[in-house]
Write a protein that binds this ligand. Structure first.
Ligand code: GLP
Length: 267
């Protein structure tokens, strides 16, 4: 009898987990990013004043291309939308070639009709970085909170720049980057040693307060991390696993990134 109750409990917990962390599986990355652009465009059509959270990294590049295409074809009007990017390197800001701000300018902002005053970014060159983090939290609050936050996934399980650690920070904060993350960002800077050692990032609490989360992960290099994020225990050693507690989170993956998921989760 106890075994049956135990089995039933385990079944319900795993079912709830898959229910809450909905997995959207696509044959290839291109299809995932095209569909996600469509989802964002739909959300903007329903709410012109949508507050959108955005990531950087290689993964969302095709997403930004799709959003730019939709805008060019007259199917996406971002004029009333507000954006908040997740993170920025300490020491870098607008005008620095390697900053995330410049990345976003080139990949998205220059190609769409976002109002510059509604684009929000952390300034890694601010004189008082703690005050800058507090300002960002206030700005998110003043905008009414983030409606839809798109996240990328670091291969070590980081989201934003919330790195694996014994404890995580809830609010926007100054973060020390791990060697693995500096290596992963080497492409922007030419070599890992040139990547700043610190960054500013939304905290895990800032992220979990967004009304809807979409975690986008593509490619076989993310498969192990996707598996641990969805099917593993919740642990600060894998910050993305904390997303399991959010009640409106979707994980968008291509077949390669979903390669290690159990069949139930892949549906
Ligand atoms: C950086 C960003 C993260 C991003 C990650 C994944 O470290 N701070 O927000 O999710 O890269 O990058 P990629 O998409 O290139 O794998």
């Amino acid at each position: 009898m106890i075994a049956v109750i135990w089995w039933f409990r385990a079944f319900v917990i795993s079912w709830l987990r898959f229910f809450f962390m909905r997995v959207r599986l696509f044959v290839e990355a291109r299809a995932a990013t095209r569909s996600l652009a469509g989802k964002i465009a739909g959300a903007v059509r329903r709410n012109r004043r949508l507050v959108l959270g955005l990531p950087t990294g290689r993964t969302p590049i095709p997403l930004y291309r799709e959003l730019a295409n939709l805008h060019r074809r007259g199917r996406l009007d971002l004029s009333s939308v507000t954006t908040f990017n997740l993170d920025e390197f300490v020491g870098l800001g607008a005008g620095d070639a390697n900053s995330y701000r410049t990345f976003m300018q080139r990949r998205l902002f220059d190609a769409v009709n976002l109002a510059p005053r509604r684009i929000h970014f952390l300034d890694g060159r601010a004189a008082d970085l703690d005050a800058e983090c507090a300002r960002y939290e206030r700005a998110i609050r003043r905008a009414g909170g983030i409606d839809l936050l798109v996240l990328g996934l670091g291969t070590n399980g980081h989201v934003g720049f919330n790195e694996p650690a014994d404890a995580l920070r809830a609010h926007t904060h100054r973060a020390r980057l791990t060697p693995a993350t500096r290596e992963a960002n080497a492409g922007l800077f030419g070599r890992a040693s040139a990547v700043p050692r610190e960054a500013l990032s939304m905290g895990i609490g800032t992220i979990l307060k967004a009304r809807q989360l979409v975690l986008l992960a593509t490619g076989a290099g993310k498969a192990r991390c996707v598996e641990r994020t969805i099917e593993g225990p919740i642990t600060t050693r894998l910050p993305a696993s904390l997303l399991q507690v959010h009640d409106d989170v979707e994980v968008w993956v291509d077949r390669a990134a979903a390669g290690r998921l159990t069949k139930g989760a892949r549906r």
